[in-house]
Design a protein around this ligand. Structure first.
Ligand code: PLP
Length: 428
């Protein structure tokens, strides 16, 4: 007994040391995680887009369920019939066997985004990790510096298989062109976000596509946030987001020549699934070369069901939902403009980042929002550069007008109590 006790104590001390050392290395993030009710929160209950954390009810502006399909009665009521027919979870990897629901989803998605073919896998992260190294094929991967972290993870894996990673400044097509001209690799892959997950702005996909075609590269676009929100433009459109939510390539009226589109169902469609829109030859190859198709567990049947029903709802009611989403987002953007507060949001999409003038106020600002019943995503250093530390508001069609009223009211009081970056200061 006596021999075991001290040994255990020593072990605990040693373990504390290494954990403490690691936490010190990312102290800002660790401090926020430890001290703030808006990170790693346990949600006890929801009521529409209101959430309860402990005793506090808050309006949720951190959800990416842009179309509000997670709370849509038609979508919810359709699920039990699918479960009765397929059970909760087939558990085969897709290579072993896919419920026919996958075929139906892939056909519908290919028609919706107007791509030659579509392959469904569980998440975008898994697609990036498995597909980027394959498409890089030991050549060069050009990544926008502000592309999503999961793209970087895929690109870094590609370097382990002999590819070279080349970063270019955010949206800097001239720098990308220079890098492409200098490059001699036989395979080239350009990776960007369609709608940027922090700024909510839309990349100039036609300009990137033109460069990709000129330099015989593949343009790989992650449109996690655009799919379901922006789509083809025409005179009947109900909002500047365009129609059908069929993603950034169709938003610009582009073809899929040299373009591979990746998007997810877990945001606008509230379902655990993702897809890659690509030529059929690529799809065939991915079926034997992409580990998530070979080995990963599939999306739950409930998610396949909500994807299929969500796609039907989208055809009938999607454009009305998008008009509603746009109007609510506009109210928030107008409020910031009236307050003279800066946001990088230039295209009116429902991702509204509000950077602080002093990064060290992030904890207090978050606490103020929390105490006033507003739940947002905190953007802390080192997740974002210090100059961009702040919070991100996301709107969904399921947020009520009363919740948006409350957000507008709290933003006004927040701007009076704290230093937010001023619109004119940033423009100057
Ligand atoms: C741009 C972007 N790509 C990928 C992801 C990850 O998506 P998934 O949950 O499907 O892995 C996110 C999630 O926030 C995202 O914003």
């Amino acid at each position: 007994m006596t021999a075991v006790g001290p040994w255990r104590r020593d072990r605990r001390r040693a373990s504390d040391d290494w954990v403490a050392r690691w936490l010190a290395a990312c102290s800002d993030l660790a401090e926020l995680e430890r001290s703030h009710p808006m990170t790693d929160a346990v949600i006890d209950e929801i009521d529409g887009r209101m959430i309860r954390i402990g005793d506090q009810w808050l309006a949720d502006f951190a959800s990416c369920n842009y179309l509000g399909l997670d709370l849509d009665r038609e979508v919810i009521d359709a699920v039990p019939a699918y479960l009765a027919r397929w059970g909760t979870h087939p558990s085969w990897s897709r290579l072993l066997g896919s419920p026919v629901l996958y075929e139906q989803i892939e056909a519908r998605l290919a028609e919706l985004v107007g791509a030659p073919d579509v392959l469904v896998l569980p998440t975008i992260t898994l697609i990036h990790l498995s597909v980027i190294p394959l498409l890089a094929a030991g050549g060069s991967v050009f990544v926008d510096r502000r592309a999503h972290k999961t793209i970087y993870e895929g690109a870094e894996l590609a370097t382990l298989r002999g590819a070279t990673l080349k970063r270019f400044q955010h949206d800097d097509l001239a720098e990308l062109e220079r890098l492409l001209r200098e490059d001699t690799a036989s395979a080239r892959l350009i990776c960007i976000d369609g709608v940027n997950s922090m700024t909510g702005n839309v990349a100039d996909v036609p300009a990137y596509a033109a460069l990709a075609r000129e330099h015989e590269a593949i343009l790989y676009v992650d449109d996690a946030h655009g799919f379901g929100v922006i789509g083809e433009r025409n005179e009947q459109e109900t909002s500047p987001y365009g129609m059908r939510g069929n993603s950034v390539v169709r938003y610009f009226g582009e073809s899929y020549e040299n373009i591979v589109l990746v998007a997810g169902l877990s945001k606008a469609y509230s379902s655990l699934a993702a897809f890659i829109a690509c030529p059929p030859e690529m799809k065939r190859l991915l079926k034997t070369a992409a580990p998530p198709y070979l080995y990963s567990g599939p999306s739950p049947v409930a998610s396949l069901a909500t994807t299929l029903v969500g796609l039907e709802v989208n055809e009938r009611r999607g454009d009305a939902l998008r008009a509603n989403l746009w109007a609510k987002t506009k109210r928030v953007l107008d409020c910031l403009e009236t307050l003279g507060v800066h946001t990088p949001n230039r295209h009116g999409l429902p991702i509204v980042e509000v950077p602080l003038a002093h990064a060290d106020q992030i904890g207090d600002v978050g606490r103020f929002l929390f105490d006033n019943g507003i739940y947002v995503t905190l953007a802390a250093y080192p997740l974002v550069p210090r100059s961009e530390v702040g919070f991100r508001v996301q709107l969904t069609a399921a947020n009520t007008e009363a919740e948006v009223d409350s957000l507008v009211d709290v933003m006004g009081r927040l701007a009076a109590a704290f230093d937010l970056q001023r619109a004119v200061e940033r423009a100057a």
